[in-house]
Design a protein around this ligand. Structure first.
Ligand code: IPD
Length: 263
């Protein structure tokens, strides 16, 4: 049986090194290497370089594990662990010089499919602020020496965050969802890095978050942070977080968001 705290330690070390590389490359100037599925779906040379670094470090430390990365795809391993990696989450922010981006690394056990896996350890590291959010299953979510806990928003309304999928065909639905959810909100953010949206829910910096269209590497580490901070993360009613929907909040607000979005 794997020890989640060992996986967390490794993820933490690699995320720090990767985040520093991303930050250095940003200071040197960013080049957009390709536009992928849509205008907002870009990849920079740094995304690829940072993922290569993370993959090499993981392969050296745990050669049998599987890998699923935003830029270099999936490789099945021979152990029960797969590493799920977004080298730079918030690539559009990164490319435009907005410092809100993060390295996200998760170790998942079982089938490497978000419907089936169990996230064992997760790190979301924002190199510009130095915030390193971390969680191992059963051991809580942490930022430095502070144990994280989701907020319990009052009647004043919730500070919510969302994101918009890359596929323009889904934008009308995204905007309609915002309209239905706004009565619950004190205010709404679209900050541009899903892993940080989830980490901020874990830390109580945001009360709740919802977004359609997330990829596994966007939510794997952040979802564990929210759960270990006492929150709920789910998707379409009764489902896991993922492409159809990701909702994250404390239990009461989660139920209210689920109702606003689906009923
Ligand atoms: C994106 C960001 C964004 C979210 C998108 C993600 P990327 O990740 O997290 O906030 O709205 O759904 O794909 O492409 O910057 O790694």
């Amino acid at each position: 049986m794997v020890d989640a705290s060992d996986l967390l330690l490794l993820a933490e070390q690699i995320a720090r090194e990767a985040g520093e590389l991303a930050r250095r490359r940003r200071d040197e100037g960013v080049r957009i290497a390709a536009t992928k599925s849509a205008l907002a779906d870009i990849v920079t040379e740094a995304d690829r370089e940072v993922e290569t670094l993370i993959r090499a470090r993981l392969a050296a430390a745990r050669p049998g594990d599987g890998f699923l990365g935003e830029e270099s795809g999936a490789e099945r391993g021979s152990t029960e662990i797969t590493w799920v990696v977004d080298p730079i989450d918030g690539t559009v922010n990164y490319a435009y010089g907005i410092p809100h981006y993060a390295v996200s690394i998760a170790a998942v056990a079982g089938d490497p499919d978000p419907e089936l896996w169990s996230v064992q350890a997760g790190v979301v590291f924002a190199p510009v602020t130095g915030d390193l959010f971390r969680a191992a299953r059963g051991s809580g979510a942490w930022l430095g020496a502070d144990r994280l806990a989701v907020s319990r928003p009052t009647d004043a309304g919730a500070l919510l965050a969302t994101g918009f999928g890359y596929d323009p065909a889904t934008h009308a639905g995204d905007l309609e969802r915002v309209r239905t959810v706004m009565p619950l909100a004190r205010d709404l953010r679209r900050a541009g890095a899903a892993s940080l949206d989830l980490a901020y829910v874990a830390a109580g910096r945001l009360d709740g978050y919802f977004e359609r269209g997330l990829a596994p590497w966007d939510h794997a580490a952040g979802a564990l942070l929210v759960e270990e901070a006492g929150g709920v993360v789910g998707g379409a009613p009764g489902g896991r977080p993922g492409r159809q929907m990701t909702i994250a909040a404390g239990p009461d607000l989660y139920a209210a968001l689920d109702t606003a979005i689906y009923h």
